[in-house]
Structure formats: structure tokens, C-alpha cells
Design a protein around this ligand. Sequence first.
Ligand code: ZN
Length: 134
Amino acid sequence: MIVSLHVATGAAAGAATGSRLTSLFVGPILHLAGDRIPHRDIGSRRFEIGSGLLCLFLLAGKRSPLDPATLGGLASSAPDLEHVLPFLRPRGGKLFHGRYGWHRSGRFATQVQLLLAGAIIGGLIAQPKKGDSR
Ligand SMILES: [Zn+2]
């Protein structure tokens, strides 16, 4: 699944649970579940990193860096770091995307994934936080 949608689904889960610990724990599981959906990926690593970071910055800026949604987005997208950081794959093996990963390729179009990610992130940063309206 594309990085920005990993961020978005993790953030949505984090916002739903409202718990920092839970969102950090659930994030990587959501990543596996998301990659399990047969999907297309974006070939441009630069776009993937850029759009993922943009989503995280928007969440951190509009909510807060330690908001459960921001942490959930971070935790859910973090497993993709093993694609770019060699020290995360000792002996060359990837943990989330290797032999034991659930990564599947298929028909879930990148445009639809991007649209979904944008809609979810947009909703999360537009929605006033609980307690703000008091
Ligand atoms: Zn992945």
C-alpha cells in the first residue's frame, strides 16, 4: 500500500482509539493488514517519502506531534522505512515485506489509494479535537 495511505489509516485508528499507546501498538498491525490488500505501488520512492511526510507534518501541525492520530500515522507507516534504511534489515532480510510479510500486488489503484489518503487526512485535520469546543 502507498505510504500516505498507511499514514492515513494509522492516523484514523489513532484518532478513533484516542490512546497513544494503543495507536503505537496497532500501527504496525494495520500496516501488515494494508499491505495484505492486493494493491499497486507507486514506483517513485521520492513521491512516497514526500507524500508520507507531508501527511505526518499536516497531522502534527494541525493536531499535535504527540496526538494519538499523529503517532498512529507514524507507527503505521514506519515499517516502510525498511525499504530505505539498510540497518533495519540485518543480513538483508526485510521483516515486514520479506518472507514473513503479507505484501500482495493487485488491482487496488494508486489513484484511489491517494484519494482515500487525502480524504482521511483531510477529515482528521479538519475535525476539531475532542475538548476543543468546551
Ligand atoms: Zn509496506
